[in-house]
Design a protein around this ligand. Structure first.
Ligand code: GDP
Length: 368
């Protein structure tokens, strides 16, 4: 019978099969006298938080834990994928706890975007989802801009209580926590430990604050409707903006279509000739064609001219399904969850936005 090995760092059961699951340890590390899981190993040696993916059940347990404590909740979203990185249902669990909503990756936004407008929209959208954040803030965990201000806001609102940082995978939670550790606790005496969520084998990173409270980093939560989950790591690199986005403007006539790689499609259905401004990763190829030829082009060139998805991944990729939008107000963004958005100027214009099944599209007033 197989013997159960427990991590000396956090107490999870050690396993050697799945790198992305809790308790993973490379098989050769089992030979050591003291066995610790890879996550604890990295924490100890690199001061680096490694994310482990949660399933839905685990997510509910984490939320229960967060909701049962008197604490400040810091919710991190990717402002480039606001809808895709939202955690639906969070507000039901944390009803009595204040939530500080932090939009990360502000560095990829074009300079011309007005931050106050974006923050106002984040607040309103959170309200629509049933969450009333105590404050809204923007930062770039990677570049470091706005991180100190985030820490100040945390200090202001936590009022001596513990802090839970929540967010789905890929929003930049680990980057943020690592930066906090670097900025505020880089010295040797500063110890990061993990603590278990009662009744589970999940562990949270426990960053001690100077008054004896803790900042807990909850493991990343997988959001199934995110575009990211349809993509391989290499494909994700293409669609994830790494630098400030250079917008691309297309002058189109009705009956023309733009393909964003092979991941999304934008049809100009009806309206006067006008310009459309694409806000997506600089590396994502935009292909213009006639709408009447678009289906055929997609059928025959997915994975080649229209990529990502890359060639080996194109067969069996979920097919595109579309939704029509009529622009009523002024400048409006058509949002492709996980990819970016297209700004439409003309009132009365009708467009159609298509994405793989399960991924969302939507509209919002533009931030210019
Ligand atoms: P987690 O899964 O929420 O812990 O996210 P990570 O911290 O692992 O970050 C996910 C990806 O987003 C990584 O490729 C990061 O380099 C990137 N990232 C994190 N923060 C930022 C940011 O402020 N700006 C940009 N452009 N990328 C970021």
């Amino acid at each position: 019978e197989k013997q159960q090995v427990i991590c000396a760092g956090c107490g999870v059961t050690i396993q050697t099969e799945d790198k992305n699951k809790l308790g993973y340890t490379p098989p050769q590390a089992l030979e050591r006298d003291v066995v610790i899981c890879q996550r604890c190993f990295r924490l100890k040696h690199y001061n680096e938080v490694q994310d482990v993916k949660l399933n839905d059940d685990d997510f509910l347990k984490i939320l229960n834990e967060v909701g049962s404590k008197d604490a400040l909740v810091v919710k991190i979203v990717d402002i480039f994928d606001f809808h895709g990185s939202w955690l639906p249902g969070l507000h039901r669990f944390v009803s009595k706890n204040p939530v500080l909503l932090v939009g990360n990756k502000a560095d990829v936004l074009p300079q011309s975007i007005k931050h106050p407008k974006l923050k106002q929209w984040m607040k309103e959208t959170a309200n629509e989802y049933g969450l009333k954040p105590i404050d809204v803030h923007l930062m770039s965990a990677e570049k470091g801009t706005g991180v100190i201000e985030t820490a100040d806001l945390i200090e202001k609102y936590r009022k001596g209580r513990d802090v839970y940082v929540v967010g789905c995978t890929n929003v930049g939670k680990s980057t943020f926590i690592n930066r906090l550790i670097k900025e505020f606790g880089g010295d040797e005496e500063f110890l990061i430990t993990t603590s278990n969520v009662p009744g589970t084998t999940l562990d949270m990173i426990d960053v001690p604050l100077d008054d004896g409270s803790s900042l807990y980093d909850t493991p990343g939560i997988v959001n199934h409707h995110q575009m990211a989950h349809l993509l391989s790591a290499d494909e994700l690199k293409v669609v994830t903006p790494r630098k400030e986005i250079k917008t691309k403007t297309y002058q189109l006539n009705e009956g023309q279509t733009l393909f964003f790689g092979g991941l999304a499609r934008f049809d100009f259905v009806k309206g006067e000739p006008q310009s459309f401004t694409v806000h997506m990763s600089n590396e994502l190829n935009v292909h213009r064609t006639k709408t009447e030829k678009a289906d055929e082009l997609y059928e025959s060139h997915l994975g080649e001219l229209l990529s990502p998805p890359f060639k080996d991944h194109a067969a069996g990729f979920p097919s595109l399904s579309g939704r029509e939008y009529k622009i009523i107000d002024g400048k409006t963004d058509i949002v492709f969850s996980g990819l970016g958005w297209v700004t439409v100027h003309g009132q009365g214009t009708v467009v159609r936005a298509s994405v793989p099944g399960g991924v969302q599209t939507g509209t919002r007033p533009s931030f210019y």
